[in-house]
Every structure is written in C-alpha cells, then in structure tokens.
Design a protein around this ligand. Sequence first.
Ligand SMILES: [Zn+2]
Length: 488
Amino acid sequence: MLKKILKIVGVALLVLIAVQVVNTVRYTPNTPEVAQIDLPEVDAARVAARLGEAIRFQTISTSEDMGTRGPAFQGFVDWLVATYPLANGAMTREMINGLTPLYRWDGSDPALKPILLTAHYDVVPVAAEGVSEWQQPPFSGLVADGFIWGRGALDDKSAIVAIMEAIEMLVESGHKPKRTIYLSFGHDEEIGGANGAGMVASYLKEQGIQMAWSLDEGSMVLLDVIPGLGAAVASINTSEKGYLTLDITAHSEGGHSSLPPRDTAVSTLAQAITDLQSAPVPGGLTGASKDFFDGLGPHFSLVKRVLFANQWLYRPILEGALSGSAATDAMLRSTKAPTMLVGSAKDNVLPQTATATVNFRIHPRDSIASLIAHTNEMIDNPDIDVTIRGGFGREPSAVSDRDSQGFHDLETTFRQVFGDIIVVAGLTVAATDSRHYAQVSDDSYRINPFVFTGADIKRLHGRNERISVDGMAKAVQFYTALIQNAAQ
Ligand SMILES: [Zn+2]
C-alpha cells in the first residue's frame, strides 16, 4: 500500500516538474521581426544647441498662477515658429487658449484617422535651496560633458524639440504624410493641463475630430531601472492611474484634557489608520499589471523565468516578491499613503474631531467608489467619516489596446531605432495630459523615446535634470521613423 502511494507521489512530482520545464522552455520572448530601415543622419550638436535655447525660456508652472503666464511662454511659442520655418510652413497652427499650439500636418488620404503627438513645455519650479547643487545652472541650457542641462531637458521640452526637428527634416527631404498628424504642445501640464490639453480636447471634439491614437509622455526607454534585465525596456504605457484623496475623521466630546475619556478622536483615528494600513488594496498579476510583467518575464534569468512561466503555481510567491519594492508594488495595485494629520489646536484641549488625509493612486482595475468601500471596510467603524478631500477625484484611465496598429507601429519604431530592446505594455503611475487627449483618441500611449537610467529618476522634478546629446539625436530619429511608419 505504502509503496503504491509513494509511487503515485513520485509520478505526480515528475509530472509537476515536467510541466514546469515545458512551460519554461516555451516561455520565450514574443519578438516580432521588423524591417531594418536607414535612420536619418541627425546633426546632434545643432539639436543640442536648440534644446538649450528652449530650456532658457523660464516657462515655470506653479499652483498659484493658474491662468496667468509670463512672457517666457509667448517667447517659447514664438521661438518654435522662428526655429522651425519649414515645419511651420508645412503645417497649419491654431493657438488654443492663447498659449498651447495645436499644429496640423495634412495627410493626402482623408480616409485615414489622424494621429496626435503631444508634449508640454511648462516645467516645475527649481527649489531655491538646491540651486547650488546643480552642476550647471538650471535654466542655462548648457551643453557640457555630453549632456544638455536644465529644467525641461527630460520633462518635457526635449520631446517638443525632437518632434519639431523630425518634422523639419522630413519636410526638407520632401516627405508628405498620407495620414494627418496633429501636434499639441501644452502650456500647463504640471498644474493639471485643464487650460492647455483640456481645451485642445474640447476644441477637437467640437470639430468632430477623433484620433486613431495619441502619444504623450509617461514612460521612457528604461536602462538598468528594472533589476535582472540585460536590455533596455521600452514600456509603452497603455493606461495611467487615477487620483483620490480621502479625509478620514473621528469625533469625540471636547473638553479639558485633565478628565479625558478612554478614547479621544485622536486615538480613535489612530486605530482607524492602523486598521486601514493593516493590508494593502487587493491587487496582483492581472490585467494591465499582468501585461507588463508578462512582457518582461521571458527576459529574466532562469530561476525567475521558471516562476513567471508557471504563474499557475508560483503566483503568490511572485506577487509577494514584487510587493516587496515600492516601485513594483505600485504596478500591482492601487496604493494608499496617509500624508496629513490634524487634531486639537492645543495640547490640553480634547479634540472634537481628528482628521487624517490619505492619498490614493487608483489602479485601472479599481475606482473611486471601490476605494472608498475598501477604506470603510478596513476601518469598520460607523462613527468614522470618510469624505473625498476637495470633493474631487480622478478615475483611472481606460486601458488602451496593445494589439492596435498604433501600438504595433510604436513597437516597430522602437525596435528599428533602439535595436535589441524589450517592448512591453505598461502602466503610468503618475498623471499626464493623456487623460485629456484620451477624450478624442481611440487609444492613448505614453512614452518618450529617451534612454533613462535608474539614476535619472531623481532628476525628474529634481536637481541636475539633463539629457544626453546622443539620446536627443536618437529621439529625433525615433520621431522621424515613427511618422514614416505610422503615416504612410
Ligand atoms: Zn511632464
């Protein structure tokens, strides 16, 4: 009898191992063959100098100046016209809300749905206390050590300059697109984009113009950002997270703190926050998260590949490991972060209310309503109020098609320009202007064609923002090839 059981167990184990081996062997990258193309010669020094000029316009967005804009903004818009005469000659331009240029390059075939290439030219302020730590002054636009330095070098003037350079070169070479191409360069992305991209979307909607797809910032060509991968990763992001802030308020009788009740609003609130934080929002390797990691999985070393190839068996282990780092955990689920606390105004006065503020970033599988429900369920205290701070939240974006012609054209272009590269569909964890453009686009994709290393992450909105001269030249090649691939 025992012998028989052992035999069954042995056979079962062998089958289990065999299944895993077969799954792992068959778990190979799905890399489409792309036709090699001749990439245009780019005058890298000229492009670098022009990005430097663009950076010198101090087009700073701050939350206090909603609606008002200094001469730097008009200066930048005029500079675009003066610097790219051929592109401006070939396209028509509409100024939306005075400061966001919307260009149109008419295609010869009106039956083809247009596409929209976008970027923004406003930048975040430079913190005064950190200025001395910049290797080059933040609005100098200096070219030094193989880099162009300054605010906007990565986010996001570089994309505007690369797109305009590409079109200038294409017009010069006599290129005429079949498909109409729109360009929109927003002036207020860093403070929400309502007056720029938002108005562009309204304008296009009024005109009845619907794009096949739009391309905006939201990811980059990631080199040494994801551990364990030898090649760079172009994460073409097909969705972006939503945004929600909740105020969680506990109540108690006020009075003097010399005769306190067993619990005050502060201690009740403390318990509520502890309960809320006792488990993450449910998530895992499904939907947009699965797309992303399935794209990367076949490129990992053998042990990781066994795990990814056999998610039916190892999913809990994988999810546990990915949850261990904030960066990968944010890809798996909605996140929650308690950020602010308010109680009594005086040390010896009992609070009548105590409020904690919690910021959520909403994964596409969740919604504002489901996260409020999650919060109430975790806190499980009917005396605690949960309200939306400011009465405003933003739902996550829809997940765009990763099998569309547009995605395919983007993927092809990345492979042609960057060679041996991993292309995946990803998720943007921050907010971009895409949420506006999505109203007039069948699909919205989010990535800039800039090589970006782990060390660059802190340069975004931080100190020493820069882009390499070679990287800018490559970006010009990318947009040139993209327009040829997508508009022919
Ligand atoms: Zn940006």
